[in-house]
Ligand binder design. Structure first.
Ligand code: TYD
Length: 224
């Protein structure tokens, strides 16, 4: 267990949703929040996302994802990593930690597992080095992470329906997304007590039902 894995958070419940581009994260985050509001809404629900889910975050999001903004200057892997961490640090201070302190549900699309899957497995930066940075940043560990697992073909065809691809989605390295997917599966193997894997190839309703079941199971487990 890494140092980052041993940190604890306050009164709220922190759930992250992860997966490769095109896995259906946003749709499932919306469905989960709707269900949480209706079933357990007295706590209040914060739905948020990375990169960019706070006041200064949209500038960082544009810097990271807008293909035209940097006018041909490539971001190196190291700069990209540091910008994702800076975004998370601001996001935690401004949004996530205050909501958890208030005792709310926080549902966040992407978090530290994205950094490990994309920047370690995808870009090839040493995973232990990234773990060290995550610990230094004191990023709290989610209570639960839902990994939406899709096969490459499904993800690709969902992305092609979107039309315009961002900088990460148009990565020229053909093996990039496969390595990211592998990274996610490896993380799920390493942290089975935190990460639940949901088969996200099925239709939206079935996936949403599975996500709800897994969250309920986890809540029951934590109360006993
Ligand atoms: P996302 O918001 O999921 O894109 P979209 O809204 O188009 O679905 O994610 C933005 C991209 O940033 C995605 O390709 C994953 C990548 N990313 C990282 O590489 N590392 C990180 O730490 C985070 C948070 C995201």
């Amino acid at each position: 267990m890494t140092a980052a894995e041993t940190m604890k958070i306050g009164k709220g419940v922190f759930i992250t949703i992860e997966g490769v581009d095109g896995c259906g994260k946003s749709t499932q985050a919306a469905r989960l929040c709707e269900w949480l509001e209706n079933t357990w809404g007295d706590r209040g629900v914060l739905r948020t996302f990375e990169p960019g889910g706070w006041g200064g975050g949209m500038l960082l999001r544009r810097l990271l994802l807008d293909r035209t903004l940097l006018d041909g200057t490539a971001l190196t892997s190291r700069t990209e990593l540091l910008l994702f961490l800076a975004d998370r640090s601001g996001h935690l201070d401004a949004e996530i930690l205050p909501a958890l302190e208030r005792g709310q549900w926080v549902v966040c699309e992407r978090y530290t597992d994205s950094t490990l899957a994309y920047q370690a497995w995808g870009r090839g930066i040493d995973a232990e080095e990234i773990d060290g940075l995550l610990s230094w940043c004191r990023f709290p560990i989610p209570n639960m992470t839902i990994l939406l697992d899709v096969d490459e073909e499904t993800a690709r065809s969902r992305l092609s329906l979107r039309g315009k691809l961002d900088r990460m989605e148009s990565e020229p390295d053909a093996g990039f997304m496969a390595r990211v997917a592998l990274g996610y599966r490896e993380l799920a193997r390493r942290y089975p007590e935190r990460i639940v894997v949901v088969d996200a190839d099925a239709d939206v309703e079935r996936v949403a039902a599975q996500v709800r079941e897994r969250v309920e199971e986890r809540l029951r487990g934590e109360r006993t």
